[in-house]
Structures are given as C-alpha cells and as structure tokens.
Write a protein that binds this ligand. Structure first.
Ligand SMILES: O=C(O)C(=O)C[C@H](O)C(=O)CO
Ligand SMILES: [Zn+2]
Length: 276
C-alpha cells in the first residue's frame, strides 16, 4: 500500500509539476487482476481500485493498518466504474452495474470482488475512512437516483450531481460520496470553487476519452496550481485546497470526502475575484 503524507499549503506553493503529481495524483488504479491501495494521511483515508478478471479478489487487512481484516476499524464506499460485477460481503452478494454504489460498514470480514465477464471486467473504486460504529451495508443503483441539476450551458458547467452516501442518504461514520456527470457541451466542474477545511476530498475522473485531458485545479484559492490528468486517475484534495477542473471532452467524476462532518453543503465558497 502506497503512503501519501499530508502537505502543508506553504510547501505546496513551492512544488514543481513533478512534485505536485507525486503528492496528489493517483494513477494506475485499475490494473487487470490486481488491487491498488493508496493510504492518504489526509483524514486517514484509503483510496483504491480492484479489477477482478477471471478470479475473485479479496480485500484483506494488512500490516500497515495493523488490521486482521480491512474493515476492522474502517468503513468503505465503493463505485463500480467498469463492466458489471459483484461484491460479496460476509457471504451476501450485491450485484454492481456500472456506476452503482455500495456502502459497507465497520466489522464486515470477508469482502470478495468479482467481474461478471473477464472480457469486460468490473472496476471497483474504493474510498475508506476510519469508523467508530457499524452502519448497515447498503447498495444504491445509479438508475434509482435522479440527482440535481447544477450550473448552466452558458457557463459551460451544466451538470447532474448524485449524492449517494451523505447525511440524508446512505448513513456512514465519515464517508460522503457521490457522482457528478457533465451534460453535453459543458466542461467545468465545481466552478465557482470551494474549500472545506473540515473534510479532505478526492476526485476520480471517469468516462473521459483516452485522447482527452482533464485540467484539474488545486491549491489555496490565491495560489492555484493545476495537474493534467487522464481518464480513471484520481486526485487528493487537502482540506485547504480548491478542487475543480475543466476537460477537453465530456466526463463524469466520483467525489468522496471524509472528516469532521457529513454535511454536503458545508463548504466555504471562493468568489471568482479571490482566485489567482
Ligand atoms: O460538480 C460539482 O460541483 C461537484 O460535484 C462538487 C463536489 O461534489 C464537491 O466538491 C463536494 O464538496
Ligand atoms: Zn468539495
């Protein structure tokens, strides 16, 4: 499991492009037949990808978190961003179509991930945070949530946001998670931007053409920096950082947060004239 340490905003100001990528960008999440996990010291979240092909992959505890099983002191939110598959939780199987979401609470021991077809493997994206109490395992299909329309075509940010795990949705200790899809012709997400000192956040960009690129903005509002990202790459946003972006084509993204509270609307908006 890779470790990413927390970064002070004063340090981030002085980073080169390569250093920014090293600290915040997560690549190669979905390698066929493998599990990739990244432990971020920002709110102690673990992000990862599991891509089963012909055989099931089990998510286990490990020595770095000194846990006999992965959810011994954690909870996890999962989205499938690939072909259809299944997640078995202590023997109970949940069918996961593309963009379906599953929450699994503290204490569940056996987690098995499978693809329905090796030709079109499932790609399970995980976002896990420390947990203090068990909440029920819950599946929510993408099609069952209508979502809310935000932005406008005139501002190039017409999009639909679906909140799955949050204060008024699937219950969790800390994890807040959902998916935003840009409508045709729009390219900007989360603009005007915001920070939320109470929670870290990660974005996983999906459904971006392989020749298209995402220009993801980060940094303190008056010290913005950017990363150029490909499809199925994730980026860590420390609580002090803005997190927004524009791509050269259409896309969707899974946002996930953990920290002080689960109130989606607890954001500190940044006025356009503050941005530098
Ligand atoms: O398009 C948006 O705006 C978002 O999806 C914003 C994220 O949900 C977010 O940053 C939540 O804090
Ligand atoms: Zn945010």
């Amino acid at each position: 499991m890779e470790i990413r340490y927390s970064v002070h905003p004063e340090h981030a100001k002085a980073m080169t492009t390569e250093q920014i990528r090293q600290h915040f960008l997560i690549q190669d999440l979905f390698i066929p037949g493998q599990t990739k996990l990244v432990y971020s010291m920002e709110d102690r979240v673990i992000m990862g990808g599991i891509t089963p092909v012909a055989e099931a992959i089990s998510l286990e505890g490990n020595d770095q978190i000194k846990a006999e099983y992965f959810l011994e002191r954690r909870e996890v939110g999962i989205f499938n961003v690939g072909g259809s598959g299944k997640v078995s939780v202590d023997g109970e199987s949940y069918a996961m179509e593309n963009k379906d979401c599953l929450y699994i609470g503290l204490g569940k021991k056996e987690l098995l991930f499978t693809s329905d077809s090796p030709e079109k493997p499932a790609k399970f994206y995980l976002f896990s945070a420390a947990a203090h109490q068990e909440y029920p395992t819950q599946h929510v299909s993408f099609s069952s949530i209508t979502g809310d329309r935000l932005g406008s075509l005139e501002s190039s940010n017409d999009r639909i946001i679906r909140r799955m795990i949050h204060k008024d949705g699937i219950q969790s200790c800390q994890v807040v998670m959902g998916l935003t899809q840009l409508n045709p012709g729009s390219v900007w997400n989360t603009m005007p931007p915001h920070t939320h000192d109470r929670r870290m956040e990660a974005y996983l960009y999906i459904d971006l053409d392989e020749n298209a690129r995402m220009f993801h903005m980060m940094g303190e509002p008056t010290e913005s920096r950017h990363l150029v990202m490909n499809n199925e790459e994730a980026v860590i946003s420390p609580p002090w950082s803005i997190h927004c972006g524009a791509a050269t084509g259409s896309y969707a993204f899974i946002w996930a947060m953990a920290g002080e509270n689960k109130v989606y609307s607890d954001m500190d908006p940044v006025a356009m004239d503050q941005l530098k």
